[in-house]
Ligand binder design. Sequence first.
Ligand code: HEC
Length: 210
Amino acid sequence: MKLRLLLVPALVVVPVVPVALGGWAVVTVENPPEALVAGVPYEMEYTVRQHGVTLVSDMKGRVEAVSGSRRVMADARGGAPGKYTARLTIPEPGDWTITVHSGFGPGKTTMVPLRVAKAGSPVVAMPDAERGRHLFASKGCMVCHVELKVAPDPRDGEYDAAFVRQILADPRSVPRRRATGPEMPNLGLKPAEIAALTAYLAGPNSAGSR
Ligand code: HEC
């Protein structure tokens, strides 16, 4: 009996536990850049939420950036519950694809390739709809709407802008279409991010089916 009690903690620290529990996670980049400059460190902040809802702490995450055969990596450090930071320095200009590996099972977020500028060159801001296209990847929307398909891909729908703003800012305030399964989560989007995602998903000519 005593022996059994001693063995339990050893099992708990096995790192594959999240997978064994059938967990999947949504990784949300909190400060996705509009542009990066080669040689200038980018202090990325991201959040890991199991099923898009429950904050997951103490994971060994890392951030990876790839451009052709070049690759740089940065280990993440944990902070507040579910929050992580990683300091990434991209060495050369070019188109770089950044991926956050959460360490929670295979849970990851891959961003849209980003143009990294030469040191000293002017940085150009993105138009709202283009920013929205980037955010749709960096905020983790793809996990549910494209990879797991727990909900339809909102890029195929025609929405009223006010509806998109509302479901992003306060998902619970919108009546659900399905009674079961995962809910549209509140990912703590900032007002400017909601505006950009709305420009991307609703668009000026949307008929607004919902
Ligand atoms: C945890 C999974 C999950 C994540 C992550 C997620 N969604 Fe959703 N989303 C859902 C589900 C489930 C619904 C459908 C809810 C319902 O009506 O039953 C939904 C509904 C929506 C709708 C309304 C679709 C419709 O036709 O009614 C939009 C628009 C939307 N999500 C956009 C986003 C955006 C943008 C992001 C990223 C910022 C995102 N979602 C992230 C699960 C998710």
